[in-house]
Design a protein around this ligand. Structure first.
Ligand SMILES: [Ca+2]
Length: 267
């Protein structure tokens, strides 16, 4: 028992060292300065996996087996509190119980939804959330975004996969790094003005990535705001970056977070 406990402690220490090694490798990256200009409620039952904005509405996917769904709702804060927010979902679609919803993106008025380990991407009509088709892929699904030509997927590693939107075949991959050190655990994604933004799983930082090289060009540290939420569940991590083109700002939230924040980048 002692031996097993020792091994357990050792592996915990290894994990801690590994993540602090990554923390250190990003510590010297250029800090992205930002300002929180607004906040609003976020429904804490949503285990946020994909998050985006289009034409005044949020589109969000929520994970976990038996509970996975995609929803849309207006950016304008409802008069009622989040507790009544389910009434104000514009559209909602549940997944079959055996699928764990992951990253979500919009391409040609279609919503593409990854699944975690099921190897299936679902394609929905963005207007009414009806299922158009499903496609298969190999590997895990974590985050998803689009540069208007290809769909870009993360799988929890330092690699990003560029998929053909019609066939979902992988056409290109890049390795995300800062000064040659791999940046792993890339999760929710957002493509904005020629750069990919990715939040790091179990970390409160968001990296800005050059999609041509995979180089991290800046780091946005959201730790202070995340810690102020005083969330108890260790899995309720920051996960959700949605660019609001009208406001030229990012909405940032997390899994089961009670709030989301509107953030402008200072140049
Ligand atoms: Ca996103």
């Amino acid at each position: 028992m002692k031996y097993i406990l020792g091994l357990f402690c050792l592996s915990l220490a290894a994990i801690a060292n590994f993540s602090s090694a990554q923390a250190d490798s990003l510590a010297n990256a250029t800090a992205i300065h930002y300002q929180i200009i607004a906040e609003r409620s976020h429904k804490p039952s949503l285990f946020t996996q994909g998050f985006l904005v289009k034409d005044g509405n949020f589109y969000e996917s929520s994970g976990l087996y038996n509970k996975s769904e995609i929803v849309s709702y207006p950016i304008a804060e409802p008069q009622s509190t989040w507790a009544k927010m389910s009434a104000s979902f514009l559209q909602k679609q549940h997944l079959p119980d055996r699928f764990f919803a992951e990253g979500l993106t919009l391409f040609n008025n279609k919503l593409y939804l990854l699944t975690w380990q099921e190897g299936v991407v679902f394609v929905y009509d963005a207007t009414n959330f009806s299922l158009i088709k499903s496609l298969n892929y190999k590997g895990e699904g974590w985050g998803l975004t689009s540069d208007s030509k290809q769909l870009i997927r993360s799988d929890g590693s330092a690699q990003l996969f560029f998929h053909n939107p019609d066939t979902f075949a992988v056409e290109k991959t890049i390795n995300v790094k800062y000064k040659q050190e791999a940046i792993i655990n890339l999760n929710e994604l957002e493509y904005v003005d020629g750069f990919i933004w990715a939040n790091i799983w179990h970390d409160n930082r968001i990296v800005k990535i050059n999609p041509a090289t995979g180089d991290v060009v800046g780091v946005l540290d959201f730790s202070e705001t995340a810690k102020n939420l005083k969330i108890k569940d260790p899995e309720s991590v920051l996960n959700g970056i949605a660019y609001d083109a009208d406001k030229k700002a990012f909405w940032i939230t997390g899994k089961q977070w009670p709030k989301m924040f509107l953030v402008t980048i200072e140049h």
